[in-house]
Design a protein around this ligand. Structure first.
Ligand SMILES: NC(=O)c1ccc[n+]([C@@H]2O[C@H](COP(=O)([O-])OP(=O)(O)OC[C@H]3O[C@@H](n4cnc5c(N)ncnc54)[C@H](OP(=O)(O)O)[C@@H]3O)[C@@H](O)[C@H]2O)c1
Length: 321
């Protein structure tokens, strides 16, 4: 099978394509998915997992068709069914013709979307959903600041927080995305190019940060004294993974703060699939690339100000190598 690989290490990664890798075999209750499209989260190249995996195949976001199942799979999905999946952080290997999925990772694909559109969704969707439901427990009327609101996680967070949870969303992005974010449900918009953006709103109940770094630091002054900050931005803050306390918490001791890594969740994916098909959740804008252009797709995915999520198509336009 053909696959993308990341060679080198996180300090000097090199994306390559390989046309002759072994097709994995499903064991136990695993499913083998014929991948039609795989989404790219550009920062994955900074994560340790691709470099710990023998195949060096990256990729956690896929859409495809159930090709075969392990002998102990008795779940609801059928061979030939269209599905999409978030492959766990420690498993990945989705940027290939075939990938192994666990039952908890995979759900029916939204029927109204192409495989390319569906492949862009699982990580952003489940990251936003987990932050909102499991870490923040957003309730109607709460004020939520979403940073990186025009990014993949941000677009999902704005929609889920406003429409699913009934929160009042304050979206932080460059001004060219403000109309789109208001259309998706943001009540207020702020421009990160304004030096005092974090003083223009000082009473949010929670921050859902998808940027990290200086933006995360500045967001501390926007949150209430008893508020919560949840961050997923890369690189993770120094205090993540139990490595200490945030410097800002000295002056703001009652603000809670959390960093987490998204978990697979087939139930949430299935619910989101229905919300998309019923028009309650809008998909992400995507930029599809054919497999032969995978190196360029990764370069695109690493750029700022893209506005679209890069997706590699494993079926269409393949001309051999
Ligand atoms: N921990 C987890 O489980 C987890 C899960 C998913 C994603 N992530 C991480 O979360 C982050 C967001 O992911 P994504 O897929 O949404 O990425 P994305 O689509 O590239 O979006 C990133 C967003 O952040 C904004 N941004 C980047 N740098 C900024 C800066 N210095 N100041 C202000 N805004 C800035 C971008 O705005 P512009 O377009 O204007 O540049 C864009 O809106 C990534 O770092 C990703 O690795 C973590």
């Amino acid at each position: 099978m053909k696959a993308v690989q990341i060679q080198g290490d996180a300090s000097s990664p090199r994306v390559v394509i390989n046309p002759s890798m072994d097709i994995p075999k499903p064991r136990n209750d695993e499913l083998l998915i014929r991948v039609h499209a795989a989404g790219i989260t550009g920062d994955e190249i900074l994560w340790p997992e691709p470099y710990l995996c023998a195949t060096r195949i990256p990729g956690h976001d896929i859409s495809g068709v159930v090709f075969s199942t392990g002998p102990q799979y008795h779940g609801p999905l059928k061979i030939g069914q269209d599905v999409f999946a978030l492959l766990s952080a420690d498993r990945g290997q989705g940027q290939a013709d075939y990938v192994i999925c666990l039952p908890k990772e995979v759900a029916p694909k939204p029927e109204s979307l192409s495989h390319e559109e569906a492949a862009a969704l699982p990580i952003p969707l489940l990251t936003a959903w987990e932050a909102i439901e499991s870490h923040i427990n957003i309730r109607p009327g709460m004020r939520v600041l979403v940073t990186g609101a025009s990014g993949a996680v941000g677009i999902m967070a704005v929609q889920l927080a406003s429409q699913l949870a009934g929160a009042n969303v304050v979206a932080l992005s460059s001004s060219r995305h403000h109309d789109m974010l208001k259309h998706l449900g943001a009540q207020e918009v702020l421009d990160y190019n304004t030096s005092d953006w974090n003083r223009q709103t000082t009473d949010v109940d929670c921050v859902l940060d998808t940027v990290g770094g200086d933006i995360l630091t500045q967001a501390w002054s926007a949150v209430k004294e008893d508020g919560i900050i949840v961050t997923v931005g890369d690189p993770a803050p120094a205090w993540a993974y139990g490595r200490g306390v945030a410097n800002e918490s000295v002056d703001r001791p009652h603000v809670r703060y959390v960093h987490f890594i998204v978990s697979p969740n087939s139930e949430r994916l299935a619910k989101a699939s229905d919300m998309i098909d019923s028009g309650h959740l809008k998909p992400l804008p995507i930029k599809p690339f054919i497999f032969n252009e995978a190196v360029g797709a990764w370069a695109y995915a690493r750029q700022r100000n893209r506005g679209h999520k890069a997706v590699i198509d494993f079926v269409r336009g393949y001309e051999g190598l």
